[in-house]
Design a protein around this ligand. Sequence first.
Ligand code: HEM
Length: 538
Amino acid sequence: MQSFIALYGFLDLVLRAYLLATQSIVVGGVAFLTFVLSPLDGRLDVEEAPIARRCLRILFWSCCASVFGEIVAVGVLTAMLVGTLQVDFAVAASADAVVSHFIAMILSGALALYARLDARSFFMWRGGAVALALLLVCAHVGVTHAASRPVASALLVTTEIVHVLAAAIWIGGIPFFLVALGMTKSGEARRLIASKFSRNAMGAVGALIIAGLLMMTRHTPDLSALYETNYGMLLTTKIVLLFGLLCFAAANLSTTRKLWRASSAPIRRLLRFAEVEVGLGLVTLFCAAALASASLPIEGGAERTSLSEITARFAPRWPSFHSPAYAELSAAQSVSSVAEPGTSSPLSPADIAWAEMNHHLAGVFVVLVGVFALLERHRRTAPMMRHWPLLFLLLGGVLVIRADETAWPLGPIGFFESLRDPQIVQHKVITLLIATFAIFEWQVRRGRFKSDWPAFVFPITTGAAAAFLLTHYGHTEGADEVLIAISHTPIALLGVVSASARWLEIRLSDTFAGRIGGYVWPVAFMLSGFLLLLYREQ
Ligand code: HEM
């Protein structure tokens, strides 16, 4: 039980992100079927029925995924309450948060039944589906800061509902938009679907930004909280990701306008950019999940760093490659088991030098990967340079040995026991993603796969590792954690840029956008490598 409680914070984050993603697709699907397909009923010709059938099927499976997630959430939260508060099961199961998850489970189940209807019946009874989707968003908002503030504010709760709903209509609607547009051959049908969806998405973006900024003013005491607190850092990250999302959305809007003028306009770039929007949207939802579980700076719960500490920490300095001997580390002297949550001991100068050395070493690897990947684009150097993914395997090896010096293989804590520490678990997850990336990408570069899917391992693992890195720090809310979060956030955002650029290089390889993508990700790797070389912990 102790291991479970220790890991709860991390489990809760992953589960919350999973539920936000599945429920955004559920709500986005209901909105797409109701406000895009249903009004076009009878105008999409023969393609209409197969499109609606496919969208209903996706809606059905995302409802099932949401039901499954809610069942796990009810189980995990009830076990957590029984374990920490020593209450019996019935008391734990009646806690507000558990009840909210239970209600969301029922609502997702009811929507799954709705999605089993044929298109005609769904369109006829669409009001009911909209009501269920709205209630699903309300049930989720029941477990957010807005609903759990000491003095509940109807305005704040309503604003959060609008914000979450808008995010779902936009980001959750894109997969349905992609399917519908991908299944239409007629220019007229494409024109109708694209303009209807982009109009709805534009409305949703407007509502999302206004509601987000309003909540931001209510949850943060001042603008400097946006970089002096962990909560603020996550908000700033969301705003940067939103900017990226809007760039792709704007490019797609211009294609939709071209479609409106000439329905034969090509839509390939629009589809590929929309795929990247889904990826960026998922990373933003992951960030939103971390935001909802971080302490609010408004209630004095969150520690703050200061601009002077930030400038002192980020004053450029030559990277050091000096590593203290293991015997000098606190891990060698005092650690025997995993520290209880929130009880970690202060780092010694040797511990700090060790951590900085790890980041500088990683920086060298990542800069080299970027340089070799760029050189691989040159015909003469390509045969030699195409083995650059092996550098990531080496980096993975270094991280396994050095990233968690308190635990196996260097430290006294055994491998399985070390998995009680959420930070160690996240290090292992990120290392696993890096190793998976390296093995697949090496084979892809050598042309060892007949099918195309292995090429997608690169952008997907890089995007996932970046999302984990974005939400990795700040769980202990200390001011030092905020400084560490500030240094890791730009590296993670460059990871998101690399993943998006590689995705476009694969999906639009014969176009200008694809070729640009092929240069952007190696450069983004080099930049994140340089940031790692400048990394400091004091
Ligand atoms: C201007 C940009 C944005 C601002 C200022 C903003 C602000 C916020 C704030 C203050 C919260 C409340 C978090 C809490 O519970 O304390 C929130 C929640 C949320 N935001 Fe945003 N946001 C922005 C953009 C986005 C985008 C682009 C998305 C989606 C792609 C998004 C999705 C969400 C979701 C799903 C939640 C609910 C999180 C949860 O309860 O688990 N936001 N946002």
